[in-house]
Design a protein around this ligand. Structure first.
Ligand code: NI
Length: 222
């Protein structure tokens, strides 16, 4: 699964995030890197116990919970609290695969990463480089847009050679662990939504909606 979700934040929300992040207390991102990642990573992050991270992260999760495209695609069961990073001056993150399991700080919760997400806060023209690269795709999105991709996928962030790239990133444990099953459900849901516009009263639409829920019942784990 590799899906772009536009307009997670609107212009006013972006302005507030940008103002907060530009004044934030950035730290060396290698503090939070695992053994494999530490050599590949040169960026800055906000400390996970920074109150700003909780504030900005909670608001973002609230926006996402009301975003139909995100909910349909990710089918989230648990979400790792969003983190924030900053790439500048040649900062990059070389090829890696994200960790499988994340702990939620201050709790006993553990979350399996099925999907990884990156939400862009900087406009593409504000920096050179900084593309998220995977499977021959080079992803550099307008501010407020998000990419959702399989956590098992090898990826990297290209060096930022001009300007500053601000982003949020987090992981989702989906109700449906298997990527191919989740993709089938999203395609079925998209078709049902389109039919609902075209033939709202059809009996087949009712049956397809039932099939969607019965597949979700078979494939989901809570
Ligand atoms: Ni990564």
């Amino acid at each position: 699964m590799l899906l772009i979700i536009p307009d997670v934040l609107d212009a006013e929300q972006l302005r507030q995030y940008r103002a907060a992040l530009e004044a934030a207390n950035w730290q060396d991102g290698r503090i939070s890197a695992g053994h494999q990642a530490i050599q590949a990573k040169s960026n800055q992050q906000l400390a996970q116990d920074d109150p700003l991270v909780t504030q900005l992260g909670d608001f973002l999760l609230d926006c996402l919970s009301r975003h139909p495209r995100f909910m349909a695609a990710a089918l989230p069961l648990k979400v790792v609290p969003p983190r924030f990073n900053r790439y500048t001056g040649g900062g990059q993150y070389g090829d890696h695969i994200d960790n499988a399991i994340f702990s939620v700080p201050g709790t006993a919760h553990r979350i399996r990463a099925d999907l990884s997400a990156t939400l862009f806060f900087s406009e593409p023209h504000e920096y050179d480089g900084g593309e998220l690269v995977m499977q021959d795709r080079r992803i550099k999105l307008p501010a407020g847009h998000m990419v959702l991709y399989s956590s098992g996928c090898l990826h990297r962030v290209e060096p930022v050679t001009r300007g500053v790239r601000l982003a949020s990133f987090f992981w989702v444990q989906s109700l449906v662990r298997q990527d191919d099953q989740r993709t089938v459900l999203l395609e079925l849901d998209d078709s049902i939504q389109a039919l609902r516009q075209q033939v709202p009263d059809s009996a087949e639409l009712l049956r397809l909606t039932g099939i969607y829920h019965n597949l979700l019942r078979q494939w989901s784990q809570t």
